[in-house]
Design a protein around this ligand. Structure first.
Ligand code: PMP
Length: 387
């Protein structure tokens, strides 16, 4: 099968694997045990990884807290701030309708705990603009959470513009799990969020690893999720997974060094993919922002009216892709909450598929995948015509 689901997870980069392998074989100590050389060596891996991840988003090193992934980072950002928000009488939170489940899930729970949450609806291209966020702000608003780049359609959110409309004192969080490595995501370019969620396995690092950037000036306002033997500067309990951390660090460094090359390669692949598909499928609809400056180069979210993602999943067993989002994807199709929010209708949400590719995708794979999709779509249309 051809792998077109880089948005769900990326293969491990061999250079990341090499670092992890060395770490697992040789440096098994507990980084908390800085009283002997085994612990010190493990701690050195984690220190280096912290620097590499911080550099990747141009953040100060000590502002990075390692977690078990973007889901934990989002939970830590959202639940960690609640006591502070309550203490200053801020009981309203603003987010968007197109966030990942790992933001929307916590938000639903937070609503049960006495907060109100506003979900800003996107424009048809998936974007949420500054004035749209501003319109949702009330005197009670204490927290705003907006993703960096949408995982389903690839639309980039204008974080700097959004930050500019927020009244002083509001804590600004961004889930950048899909943004890092797929766009220039530095704190400076993205409106200096106070909290940023990062994931390792979307950038060719290991799964079960992520980080939360916490701006130094709000650190005292964020409570840990896990208590026990405190690591990570007192922000998280539990022995840090040294080898995962070292792998994440290496993956982040590769993003830092190779981003421009990666983006150019992905843009060329996307152009080729689209050219093939558009040439043969006149009804093709492309979901997301049409301007290259505001969309990911590695995601192509498409639909052809009348063909469901369920039909396509059944017709394309040799193509690994997602019916819009990977999380919760089943072979019985999927209604995407993102496409539904963008179009206001269920049918497009039932028809859309996400093709996502990356560093190891070849031109040959793109050409073959396009042929497979065209074939499947035409066969389904013929069957529909005959029925
Ligand atoms: N946020 C976004 C935007 C994502 O795409 C994902 C992964 N699909 C996550 C969060 C969750 O990441 P993790 O698997 O590291 O928990």
């Amino acid at each position: 099968p051809i792998y077109m689901d880089y948005g769900a997870s990326t293969p491990l980069d061999p250079r990341v694997h090499a670092v992890m392998d060395d770490c697992m074989r040789n440096d098994f100590g507990n980084a908390g045990a800085r009283v002997h050389s085994f612990g010190m060596k493990a701690a050195a891996h984690i220190d280096l990884a912290r620097e590499q991840v911080a550099d990747c988003i141009a953040a100060p090193k000590d502002s990075i807290v390692f977690t078990s992934g973007a889901t934990e980072s989002n939970n830590m950002a959202l639940f960690g701030v609640l006591d502070y928000l309550r203490s200053i009488g801020k009981t309203h939170i603003v987010t968007t309708a197109v966030e990942h489940k790992s933001v929307l899930g916590p938000m639903a729970e937070i609503e049960k705990r006495g907060f109100t949450v506003s979900y800003v609806q996107p424009k048809p291209c998936g974007m949420v603009e500054g004035d749209m966020v501003a319109a949702a702000i009330t005197p009670q608003t204490g927290f705003v959470s907006v993703q960096g780049l949408n995982n389903e359609v690839g639309t980039i959110q204008p974080l700097a513009e959004i930050r500019a409309v927020l009244p002083a004192g509001i804590i600004f969080h961004s889930d950048a799990a899909q943004a890092v490595g797929k766009m220039n995501f530095t704190l400076d370019q993205c409106g200096h969020p106070d909290l940023v969620t990062l994931s390792s396995h979307k950038i060719y690092g290991p799964k079960g690893m992520g980080a939360l950037y916490i701006a130094p000036h709000i650190r005292a306002h964020i409570k840990p999720l896990l208590f026990g033997s405190m690591y990570e500067g007192g922000m998280r309990a539990g022995t840090v997974a040294t080898e995962l951390c070292a792998g994440f660090g290496q993956a982040a460094e590769l993003v830092h060094i190779e981003l421009a090359d990666d983006l150019a390669k992905m843009e060329a692949l996307r152009t080729l993919f689209l050219k093939k598909l558009k040439g043969t499928l006149p009804d093709l609809v492309i979901n997301g922002h049409s301007d290259a400056a505001w969309r990911a180069a590695n995601i192509l979210n498409i639909r052809v009216p009348g063909i469901t993602n369920e039909d396509l999943l059944a017709a394309l067993p040799d193509l690994a892709f997602s019916p819009s989002s990977a999380c919760n994807a089943t072979r019985t199709g999927h209604i995407s909450h993102v496409i539904r929010a963008m179009t206001g209708a269920d049918q497009p949400a039932r028809e859309s598929i996400r093709l996502s590719f990356g560093r190891f995708t070849t031109e040959m794979e793109i050409v073959r995948a396009a042929d497979m999709i065209i074939n499947a779509m035409q066969t389904i249309q013929k069957m529909q015509g005959a029925a």
